[in-house]
Design a protein around this ligand. Structure first.
Ligand code: PDD
Length: 279
């Protein structure tokens, strides 16, 4: 694979980052994951808008403009011949001798991008759905910023796997916040889709936002409100959204089966709508 590092396209085994990079030492970095279908980027402007927001919230400088970012994405997709997959972008505050204090003006942001080719449409999750278990949400108070501090979500997914599930839904004060790397939805018995409102507790998902627009256009009612894990276990269906999964059916929560233990009809319909509208 060819990867992009600070202005250069290089083979992945030749890419170099400083050991003093604040992304590496402090988790002082932000990222985006944009999907590619048929060699085309999905919802790209929304990902770049969120990257700007993350940078702004952390007082991080931007070293490239949006046209350059688009050009880099396209160049990597083309060089690596990505038909279906994702482009990962990471921007950190930069490299400087280790110190908790920093002077943003003295730092040049580090920018890294790479691609991953993998099927996104015909996947095991799309066909069979996923099992989730609940875990407490022990992340920091600014989960709306897409930082590379992913230790808790990573350990959460490991715990889910050890418990025989595919992912974990995080719960704070009794209500579901989100999945380890996706937004959480339930479908009520009357076919309304429910997802919790945006706040500092969850990431404003690009897929979440797009799906909500497509759903309403489709005549599916969307309700933005909090829901408990108990309500989710009693829902007609449940699903997750993310750039790399699109709409992923959830077939059980903490061992309680939903929609007969297979992907539900409303979820599958929304998945189809999302993919058609995105292409
Ligand atoms: N994760 N919530 C969290 C905590 C996430 O990490 C993600 C994305 C989402 C969904 O956002 P979007 O629809 O914009 O992808 C929600 C990416 C895919 C990842 O970490 O790989």
């Amino acid at each position: 694979r060819t990867v992009y590092v600070n202005g250069s396209y290089v083979p992945e085994n030749e890419a170099k980052i400083s050991v003093f990079d604040r992304g590496f030492l402090f988790g002082d970095g932000i990222y985006e994951v944009a999907s590619v279908l048929g060699g085309k980027l999905i919802d790209f402007p929304a990902h770049i808008a969120r990257l700007h927001r993350s940078a702004g919230e952390l007082g991080m400088r931007f070293s490239v403009n949006d046209d350059e970012l688009l050009a880099i994405h396209r160049e990597l997709v083309s060089r690596n011949q990505v038909e279906e997959g994702v482009v990962y972008l990471q921007m950190t505050r930069g490299a400087i001798d280790r110190d908790f204090l920093f002077d943003t003006e003295k730092l040049t942001p580090t920018l890294v991008l790479f691609t991953q080719s993998r099927p996104l449409i015909d996947t095991a999750v799309a066909k069979n759905g996923m099992k989730v278990v609940s875990i407490p949400d022990l992340r920091w108070g600014r989960c709306d910023i897409k930082t590379v501090q992913l230790l808790y979500p990573s350990l959460g997914k490991m715990e889910a796997k050890a418990r025989g599930a595919d992912d974990a839904w995080m719960v704070r004060d009794g209500v579901v916040t989100e999945g380890t790397s996706n937004n959480a939805f339930i479908v009520t018995k009357d076919g309304t889709i429910v997802t919790r409102p945006l706040s500092h507790s969850i990431l404003p998902g690009i897929t979440r936002a797009a799906l909500m627009v497509y759903s309403e256009a489709n005549g599916t009612k969307v309700e933005e409100r909090e829901f408990t894990i108990e309500e989710a276990k009693n829902a007609a269906e449940a699903f997750i959204t993310s750039a790399s999964v699109f709409v992923g059916p959830v077939i059980s929560i903490d061992g309680v089966e939903l929609s007969g233990g297979k992907p539900g009809p409303v979820t599958l319909g929304l998945r189809k709508t999302y993919i058609e509208e995105s292409l």
